[in-house]
Design a protein around this ligand. Structure first.
Ligand SMILES: *Cc1c(COP(=O)(O)O)cnc(C)c1O
Length: 418
């Protein structure tokens, strides 16, 4: 496997991507993606792939999905002009408000879409994995909505760290299953969910939380999240009078970013910038800047860029935001970086905290710590590119981050009254 793409190949592959032809039949985005799973899992993935082909793009399924997005999730989410932030940055800033979606972030678009699909495929129950708990909450809510029992696999360490989200899942009717194996966090939870899936792939549906994993998950999650970019594109033309010069989104596994970017790929004048967690520094283990600093490899069924040491062992990560704290990234992002269509940069814990505070004070929006990374990078870009129109994917709200935020006193430097 080679992750090197020459200039001619890059042009051809990008054109195919813009034309909606990727992933290819093998689930690949150029060299990335595919399906690297044990033999025992192949029938489950084949079944899912066939189910997607049969249902996802039918009028019947889309009508139901769009209706749920409208009347239960609360879509379309607003596009908000940010005049005070714009003045500070010397830019024209617009925010795509996924924080206004039900359960407080973009994750619900994917969760309800997959829950509806699970029903069509005849599943009797849904399993999901969660790290920080946000995807667990979205899955629990979506399963209650469609009337399917939900079991959420969660590392024992995370269960302790994320007690309020565990309570939320339980109240939404889900069962939370503690995972005591491996690192007892997200990676172990995914492995456990896959093990469970193999035992009963016909009646169990595995609801994955980001644009990661083996084919067809990165494709499925992108298709369900693309509503973000489709809406934003139409809204920014209607409200701002034209497309943005640059668009920013934070990248953990990459679902909100691919959802925003994918419908903009063909607008080649728009610079697309994904923002990863720069943590406390550039050393291995100090950040979760997978695309910015990682190397090609296979993680959880997909060939992508991952954080690994020289022996190929997957590296622990650090970020102040739990949702970005992951050592892999979806294969389509590895592809978009390799063909040069999207640029990936990192923002540190401190930059994210400062950006979060600035957005609160200028626009009255408490954004998620994950999202704050996108603001930090956008702010840096605006300083170098004055007078431009900037679109930022505001992936979620920050109420969930209050336990973390209270550890940092409000700084006065950003306070307009100071
Ligand atoms: C989970 C989460 C993310 C990271 O996940 P992606 O799949 O990369 O989008 C980003 N922002 C918020 C608010 C989240 O909850």
């Amino acid at each position: 496997m080679s992750a090197v793409i020459n200039a001619d190949e890059a042009r051809t592959l990008l054109a195919a991507s813009i034309a909606g032809q990727l992933p290819d039949k093998r689930g690949r985005f150029g060299p990335f993606g595919g399906r690297y799973v044990p033999e025992t899992l192949v029938p489950a993935f084949d079944r899912l792939e066939q189910g997607i082909a049969e249902h996802l793009h039918t009028d019947d399924f889309q009508d139901e999905f769009q209706s749920e997005l409208r009347t239960w999730v609360g879509r379309p989410t607003a596009l908000t002009h940010a005049p005070r932030l714009s003045e500070r940055w010397g830019a024209e800033v617009w925010l795509k408000r996924e924080d206004l979606a039900h359960t407080g972030a973009h994750k619900i678009n994917n969760a309800i879409g997959q829950a509806l699909l699970a029903k069509r495929l005849g599943a009797k129950r849904i399993i999901a994995e969660t790290g920080a708990g946000q995807h667990g909450v979205a899955s629990a809510a979506a399963c209650a909505r469609v009337g399917l029992p939900c079991r959420v696999y969660m590392g024992a360490v995370d269960i302790e760290r994320q007690a309020p989200n565990v309570d939320r899942m339980l109240r939404l009717g889900a069962e939370v299953f503690p995972v005591e194996t491996g690192d007892r966090t997200l990676r172990a939870a995914i492995d456990e969910a896959l093990r469970e899936w193999v035992t009963d792939p016909a009646e169990t549906y595995y609801l994955i939380g980001s644009a990661v994993g083996a084919h067809p998950y990165p494709y499925l999650v992108r298709e369900l999240q693309a509503v973000i970019g489709t809406e934003a594109r139409a809204q920014v033309i209607a409200q701002a009078g034209g497309l943005p010069d640059a668009t920013f989104a934070c990248v953990g596994g990459g679902s909100n970013a691919i959802g925003l970017f994918y419908p903009l790929l063909g607008d080649q004048d728009i610079q697309l910038i994904g923002v990863e967690a720069g943590g406390t520094g550039s050393g291995l283990g100090q950040n979760a800047a997978t695309l910015a600093t990682g190397t090609p490899g296979v993680l959880q069924g997909s060939y992508s860029i991952i954080l690994q040491n020289q022996d190929g062992n997957v590296q622990e990560t650090h970020s102040i935001s739990a949702g970005l704290d992951y050592s892999g990234v979806g294969p389509e992002h590895a592809f978009l970086q390799a063909v040069g269509r999207v640029k990936y940069v990192a923002a540190s814990d401190d930059e994210a905290l400062a950006a979060l505070e600035e957005l609160c004070e200028t626009e009255g929006i408490l954004t998620a710590l994950e999202t704050a990374h996108a603001y930090a990078a956008a702010r840096r870009w605006a300083a170098k590119n004055p007078g431009k129109r900037i679109l930022i994917g505001n992936s979620g709200r920050g109420d969930k981050d209050m336990p973390t935020l209270t550890q940092y006193p409000v700084r006065t430097s950003n306070n307009a009254a100071a």
